[in-house]
Design a protein around this ligand. Structure first.
Ligand code: SAH
Ligand code: SF4
Ligand code: F3S
Length: 437
């Protein structure tokens, strides 16, 4: 039997695409190999969000192409995902050993693309995008048996000026609610307890579907699925975070008290240049309303430092936003120029060392806040979905509804169930506790 190995470079959506490609290959009779060295089919599922992701891919590709020339073994290399879409045939000029280039909206045709490659002697390039992609149900091989990602929409129409995603994943398309609910019911029947709904901008779900289902309505339908205990979703665009969604988060008890709400900047000038279409004050007002409705909500965010035109005073406003919100965790990135984006023409004038300094300043401000937020859980008894052995091997681990990792002693027959755990200690990255019987 032929074997395959997939290396994933990107976000949760990219990871979920890898699960789908694995599912399709298994349905074709292939088996998964533990490493690229052992596989006859190697897929690199790429990301282009920042230049670093691109560099990482090309160095990995360079490392893998030597596998093609091994004697007695025929190896196929496919490059899939966002960078495949961006670069297309150009990838071949850097690595002629590549056999297939497959865009993110073309992966449902993976088996046909593989068959096509066997029929000819040259590489197959499929980046046209399948207009029916959002209706397609493909076999998916999920790595986790308890928590599942479920795509609810593809693409993005927001065109934030720094971002390549709308160019690579295409226009926003929502999956029909009936397909999504069917998938969630099937997951529940197979023992899954948690679903994370995926989309670049989940709050605008349904804008283009004929059944008129909105995101809060979709949440209600998924909430009704027996067996599913927890519902999460990423990502929410602050502008589209509606009162109706806040009310749904308050009223639907399976919807977890956690929200990733990328702010990107605290400066109105920079937010406008980013085309984010909200001000810092509007953002803070949404946070206030969220906390009124869901008092113990865990909030996380993304920040970009060094966007073109970001002066010290703009950056100060970002620091102020962080102070005003008090996030549980922060993801922050140095601005990276991406091909085809509108921000390209603005230049990139913040010097690299200054970007580094701003990044470090953000993390220095955030570090004690994260620790304090974690320590505030000490003494509380929290509901934990036990998902496995902790990395230390001696105890169990799981996540709170706020999505924080908790390690605690216990026997492995608890894996897969909900437990009540009293938190006894907290560090910067995880909590420690003991099961309450
Ligand atoms: N759709 C999501 C996630 C997009 S990508 C959203 O709107 O939040 C994840 C994060 O990468 C973004 O939130 C942003 O902070 C960061 N990012 C995107 N493009 C970038 C770029 N060109 N340079 C640096 N960071 C970037
Ligand atoms: Fe990119 Fe903005 Fe769309 Fe997120 S919302 S994927 S940052 S364009
Ligand atoms: Fe995700 Fe990277 Fe594409 S973040 S959408 S895999 S560019």
């Amino acid at each position: 039997m032929k074997s395959f190995h997939i290396i994933t470079f990107g976000c949760q959506m990219n990871e979920h695409d890898s699960e789908r490609m694995a599912g399709m290959l298994e349905a074709e009779g292939l088996s998964e190999a533990a490493s690229a060295e052992d596989a006859e089919v190697i897929i690199l599922n790429t990301c282009s969000i920042r230049e670093k992701a691109e560099q990482k891919f090309f160095s990995e590709l360079g490392r893998l192409t030597h596998l093609k020339s091994r004697e007695g073994k025929s190896v196929r290399i496919a490059v899939a995902g966002c960078l495949a879409q961006q670069e297309g045939a150009k990838i071949l000029s850097r690595a002629h050993q590549v056999d297939m280039i497959i865009g993110p909206s073309d992966i449902a045709r993976l088996p046909e693309i593989f068959a096509e490659r066997e029929r000819r002697s040259t590489a197959v390039i499929e980046t046209g995008g399948d207009p029916e992609y959002h209706h397609k149900l493909v076999p998916t091989r999920r790595t986790d048996g308890l928590k599942a990602w479920v795509s609810i929409m593809y693409g993005c129409d927001n065109f934030c000026t720094y971002c390549v995603v709308p160019y690579l994943r295409g226009r926003e398309r929502s999956r029909p609610a009936s397909d999504i609910v069917r998938e969630v019911k099937d997951l529940a029947a197979r023992g899954y307890r948690e679903v994370t709904l995926l989309g670049q901008n989940v709050n605008s779900y349904g804008r283009h579907v004929s059944d008129g289902c909105t995101f809060p309505e979709l949440l209600r339908q998924i909430h009704d699925v027996d067996g599913i205990e927890r519902i999460r979703f990423v990502t929410s665009h602050p502008r589209d975070l509606s009162g109706e969604l806040i009310a749904a988060m308050r009223d639907l008890n399976k919807v977890c008290e956690a929200l990733h709400l990328p702010a990107q900047s605290g400066s109105d000038r920079i937010l406008a240049a980013m085309n984010r279409r909200y001000t810092a004050a509007e953002y803070l007002d949404k946070v206030r309303r969220l906390r009124e409705a869901v008092p113990d909500i865990v909030l996380t965010t993304d920040i970009i430092v060094g966007f073109p035109g970001e002066e010290r005073q703009d950056f100060e406003q970002t620091l102020n936003l962080l102070r005003a919100v008090g996030y549980d965790t922060l993801f922050a990135f140095k601005y990276s120029r991406r091909p085809g984006t509108a921000a390209l023409r603005l230049g990139d004038h913040v010097p690299e060392p200054e970007k580094e300094r701003r990044l470090e300043e953000l993390f220095s401000l955030q570090r004690p806040v994260t620790l304090a937020k974690n320590q505030a859980h000490v003494g509380q008894t929290l509901e934990i979905l036990v998902d496995g052995k902790s990395k230390r091997g001696v105890s169990l681990s799981g996540r709170t509804r706020g999505n924080k990792v908790v390690n605690f002693p216990g026997s492995s027959d608890r894996i897969g169930s909900l437990a009540r755990v009293r938190i006894t200690a907290a560090g910067p990255n995880s909590l420690t506790g003991e099961i309450c019987e």
